[in-house]
Design a protein around this ligand. Structure first.
Ligand code: ZN
Length: 165
């Protein structure tokens, strides 16, 4: 269990962040939500979605301030990956642990984005690596308004690493 705790708490991240720093960054999320959505919009252009024709881009903010992006990638065998998991797995595979927020931009291919929240599978994957009470999921609705939810609002009573400790 200590091993699992080590991985989920982020001893691998290059910059160990203190609690006051973490709180300051979280308090600042409304100020950079627009920027994170813009990055997700840009990433959405790389989506490979010939089957669903629904393109999604995601931008994941790490505790060290870096941002990892991901788009959805589909295959003819209907095995693919969502934008959110793509961004998360890219970051984790490069040693990142501890994340503050993810912005998601999605909609019908080559159409303006619509309100698009992570699917259930992505919500579960994010739960593995974040504090669901504090991690922010940022979307923009059809009216162009930015909305922010905590992960626990989108996945209440979730089953995560703490259930195994
Ligand atoms: Zn998903």
């Amino acid at each position: 269990m200590d091993e699992l705790k080590k991985y989920t708490e982020g001893t691998i991240v290059e910059k160990k962040i203190t609690l006051p720093e973490k709180q300051a960054i979280r308090a600042d999320i409304p100020n950079f939500a627009d920027k994170l959505i813009e990055i997700a919009d840009e990433e959405r252009k790389f989506s490979y979605c010939p089957y669903s024709k629904f393109s999604v881009g995601a931008a994941l903010l790490c505790m060290d301030g870096s941002v990892y992006t991901g788009c959805n990638v589909e295959t003819a065998a209907f095995i693919g990956i969502c934008a959110e998991k793509n961004a998360l797995f890219k970051a984790v595979s490069e040693g990142k642990r501890g994340f503050l927020a993810i912005a998601v931009s999605g909609g019908a291919y080559e159409q303006p984005p619509k309100a698009c929240t992570p699917c259930g599978s992505c919500r579960q994957a994010l739960t593995e690596f974040v504090d669901p009470e504090e991690f922010a999921v940022i979307i923009r609705n059809e009216a162009g308004e930015i909305k922010s939810f905590t992960l626990s609002e989108l996945l209440p009573y979730s089953f995560g690493p703490s259930n195994l400790m």
